[in-house]
Design a protein around this ligand. Structure first.
Ligand SMILES: [Zn+2]
Length: 429
């Protein structure tokens, strides 16, 4: 396929160029201006539409896709731990095979429509553990998205729930890797995991050659619990168990000091920054000025990375950072670097050899657009309404604003019915 007449925007370093792209199989094979079409080649005239690499959501929870508009708990939570206990730990328990699959489909459709081509998901469904990652993978591949999936291991469902969670991670990471999917080893957080469980997780990471995906110091409660019960910081505890290994993905890190962030980076860990979720849960603000190996995630609030990036930038501004615009673009590009580390492919590039994961945007700005002001356009102009088409691994996921592989209206109708059932099961818990 030949994509002609595009304005190609890449983030690291920020660049905007007019060029054509040739896609064969799963990759971009040629970039130039102009490229001549071969005989029988599918040619798409883009007429100056903006093309950029697909966005990466570095930390999400697809299982929350059916929570939109859900009634709140009978008594309002007064702390982060009460939010988990009264909302999310009831929702995940109420999920069954059908609602997990529908959550995956709905979240993936929303992501694709928002220009996101890869989701790094952290899944939990204690009533349906075995086979849950395969169900999510099936949903994501039906829609046509890349993913890195894991099951959230925790002690809160007893040893049986914990062991099933570890088994689900190991089985998936070993057996289910495809062109579009990778397995990670998921863990909830230090405050819901005993030492024996952390040792089992470390073994799962080394047995699978995969990496850990865990919530770290999202709320002060995680830090306080660690100091009280384990006599040290969360970072020291994870390090003691050998879990701060290369490519480990630490979500939030709100209550780490800049020095602790440096320790995680020196060990090769990545940090997922989720500013909208942190504001929504009123847990505090991560030390963003210290972030180097970091990317943005939505933490399941929605799958809109344009909205997350804009919020990240505004929150940095509010915190007094005068480099908020370029720093946010670095976090967006960080998603591509993280994806590259997980898949071993050069994400974030629109050159020969790069995976053909890209977004076509109907974005015709009222002011000049070039590499020097790309970040300003991305953060204050572009949004999900501009997404026209999305390609993942050389295949259209969205084409001219229509989902290419699934019937979104029918899926959303089924999701509405399933959500009613999930909410009523929650109310009975
Ligand atoms: Zn999370």
């Amino acid at each position: 396929m030949l994509l002609k007449g595009a304005r190609l925007a890449t983030f690291d370093p920020p660049r905007v160029d007019d060029a054509d792209l040739r896609v064969e199989g799963e990759r971009i094979v040629e970039r130039g201006r102009p490229l001549a079409s071969g005989s029988g080649e599918d040619v798409l005239e883009l007429e100056g539409a903006l093309v950029m690499p697909g966005l990466v959501n570095a930390h999400t929870h697809l299982y929350s896709a059916l929570a939109r508009g859900m009634p709140g708990p009978a008594s309002a939570p007064r702390s982060f731990v009460e939010i988990l206990q009264r909302v999310w730990w009831k929702l995940d328990r109420a999920l069954d095979a059908e609602s997990v699959r529908l959550s995956g489909l709905v979240g993936a459709i929303e992501a694709a429509r928002s220009g996101t081509t890869m989701l790094i998901d952290h899944h939990s469904s204690p009533s349906f553990i075995r086979g849950s990652l395969g169900a999510l993978q099936g949903a994501l591949e039906e829609v046509g998205l890349r993913s890195a999936l894991c099951y959230e291991v925790t002690d809160r469902n007893g040893p049986e729930g914990r062991d099933l969670g570890i088994e689900e991670n190991v089985t998936f990471a070993r057996e289910r890797a495809t062109v579009l999917a990778r397995g990670l080893v998921g863990a909830h957080a230090s405050f819901t995991l005993g030492d024996e469980s952390l040792e089992m997780l470390a073994r799962a990471v080394s047995d699978t050659g995969s990496s850990l995906h865990i919530h770290v110091a999202e709320d002060r409660a995680d830090v306080d619990d660690c100091r009280a019960r384990h006599g040290g910081t969360v970072i020291e505890r994870l390090d003691r168990c050998g879990l701060l290994a290369s490519r480990a993905l630490l979500a939030h890190c709100v209550h780490l000091s800049p020095e602790e962030v440096q320790v995680t980076h020196a060990k090769g860990c990545w940090i997922a920054h989720n500013p909208r979720s942190n504001m929504n849960n009123a847990v505090g603000y991560a030390p963003t000025a210290a972030l180097r190996r970091a990317a943005l995630g939505t933490d399941g609030m929605d799958e809109d990375m344009f909205a997350e990036a804009r919020a990240a930038c505004l929150k940095m501004r509010e915190a007094g950072r005068d480099d908020a615009v370029p720093a946010t673009l670095q976090l967006v590009a960080g998603g591509h670097r993280l994806a590259a580390a997980l898949f071993g492919l050069p994400f974030g590039k629109l050159d020969a050899g790069a995976p053909a994961d890209l977004v076509v945007l109907d974005y015709r700005p009222p002011t000049e657009l070039h590499g020097d002001n790309l970040a300003g356009h991305l953060l204050f102009g572009v949004d999900r309404s501009h997404v026209r088409s999305v390609m993942v691994a050389g295949r259209w996921t969205v084409r001219d604003r229509r989902m290419a592989g699934v019937d979104a209206a029918a899926i959303f109708a089924r999701a509405r019915a399933a959500a009613r059932d999930v909410w009523s099961r929650m109310a009975a818990l």
